[in-house]
Design a binder for this molecule. Structure first.
Ligand code: ATP
Length: 436
């Protein structure tokens, strides 16, 4: 096994052992490429989503959020082009019958057995189901393959209720479903995943420079976010997607790729969708989807710049950036902002009641504001080892001196240095650590 694959195996195994991510439906033998986030995984994932929302929505006055139904009227997917265009080229090996995405293959022979392929067929990746009890063609609906369309469909409602005007954005975080031909690489490519998306509406560009300035600005903001959330920026690469590979709605796309242990692949995308979506929704719905400028009375379809972020891929890139093996420990050097636990509290010894009571008080007090771990098993060394593995930025130990002078020892995850801090100052200390 290559060094890179070994690292991926180690991360997957750590995730399972420590409660970040488990294989889905495990007691039934699993379900191919489905994963469940455990107690620490859900904290890490929620932290990422909350930070993103704070960063791109709440802290700005040109953004509005929505949370739309994920089953939408099927006409939405006709208008968006997904019914006719959301296809991947599928080939099947004539010998072993394994199926592959033709555009992901390096050679024209089966990587598993060397067999010959069938002609490539277009396979639509939308998940279909039926609305209501009768399973006929009239009530086919789709699980949304992207969150984006709700931002277009709700565009007029948001305009009327939020007093925004272009340039402004609508943001949403939510699940999306794609019947991927070849899911894999842990949580990198799954059939059910989460997206954080923004549709940023701009006035009709007068020339190319007009939309390019918004596009470049968003590209910069995406890079800034990547650094902010603790992804290794040295492993990020821009891919200007060639014209013949652009999605059906896009005039320009830049993918931000990350060096995952299994290779360089897409983390995020930034696309210029022009007025493709709003224009088509007007055509298919018969409703006016234009913005009316109150001052000039002019009506137009704003153009759209779309920065899109996969939640699960963010989490994987964060984990890969944080994972380290050092002399005698494994440590997740997570940014304290995303770390599941902000601190752990230990009584030096579990059988000394005074120590346990004092530590418990500190734990209960800090827990009102932060996720805090408690550990009184084994010795302090083992507890440090265990907290390092899950990325807890600091460990607080209550010892006999604490009973005398109301101070505790704080041990830093990254430097492993210890310092004495007054119990009264723990809150400030934690706050400083998290904000950085
Ligand atoms: P890919 O080329 O990897 O199939 P895409 O270009 O089709 O991805 P987009 O349609 O741009 O992806 O989706 C936006 C974002 O959603 C991606 O940048 C990625 O972070 C995430 N994403 C897309 N498909 C999946 C998937 N199957 N599993 C997990 N995340 C995904």
């Amino acid at each position: 096994m290559s060094k890179e694959n070994k690292q991926m195996e180690k991360i997957i195994s750590l995730c399972k052992q420590r409660g970040f991510i488990y294989p889905g439906s495990e007691i039934y033998g699993g379900l191919a490429n489905s994963w469940d986030y455990g107690p620490l995984g859900v904290e890490l994932k929620n932290n990422i989503k909350q930070l993103w929302w704070q960063y791109f929505v709440r802290s700005r006055d040109d953004m509005a959020g929505i949370d739309a139904a994920l089953i939408m009227n099927p006409k939405v997917w006709e208008a968006s082009g997904h019914v006719s265009n959301f296809n991947d080229p599928l080939v099947e090996c004539k010998k072993c019958h394994e199926r592959f995405r033709a555009d992901h293959l390096e050679k024209n022979e089966c990587p598993s057995c060397g067999g010959e392929f069938t002609e490539s067929k277009q396979f639509n990746m939308m998940f279909r189901t039926h609305l209501g009890p009768v399973g006929n063609d009239e009530n086919i609906v789709y699980l949304r393959p992207e969150t984006a369309q709700a931002m277009f469909v709700d565009f007029k409602n948001v305009l009327q209720t939020s007093r925004q005007k272009p340039p402004f954005g609508i943001a949403q975080i939510g699940k999306a479903f794609r019947n991927e031909i070849t899911p894999g690489n842990f949580i990198f490519r799954t059939r059910e995943f989460e997206q954080m998306e923004i549709e940023y509406f701009i006035p009709v560009p007068l020339d190319d420079k007009d939309w390019q300035k918004h596009f470049d600005n968003w590209l910069k903001q995406m890079h800034d976010w990547i650094a902010f959330v603790g992804i290794d920026t040295k492993k990020i690469h821009e891919l200007d997607v060639p014209k013949d590979e652009l999605a059906h709605y896009s005039k320009k796309t830049i993918d931000l790729e990350f060096d995952f242990p299994f290779g360089k692949d897409e983390l995020y995308g930034l696309a210029y969708r022009t007025d493709f979506d709003l224009r088509n929704h007007e055509k298919y719905s018969g409703q006016n989807t234009k913005y009316r400028d109150q001052q000039t009375n002019e009506e137009y379809w704003p153009h759209v710049i779309e920065p899109t972020f996969g939640v699960d891929r963010t989490l994987l890139a964060v984990l890969c950036s944080a994972y380290r093996e050092e002399d005698d420990r494994i440590v997740l050097k997570l940014d304290p902002k995303v770390a599941p636990y902000k601190a752990a509290v230990f009584p030096l010894m579990r059988n000394k009641l005074e120590l346990v009571e004092k530590a418990r008080k500190i734990y209960d007090n800090l827990r009102k504001n932060y996720m805090i771990a408690w550990d009184d098993r084994g010795n302090v060394g083992k507890r440090y080892y265990s907290q390092d593995q899950i990325g807890t930025p600091m460990c607080i130990t209550v010892d006999f001196d604490s009973l005398e002078d109301n101070t505790v020892t704080i041990r830093d995850r990254d430097t492993m240095k210890q310092e004495r801090v007054k119990i009264d100052e723990l809150h400030c200390h934690l706050e400083r650590q998290i904000i950085g």
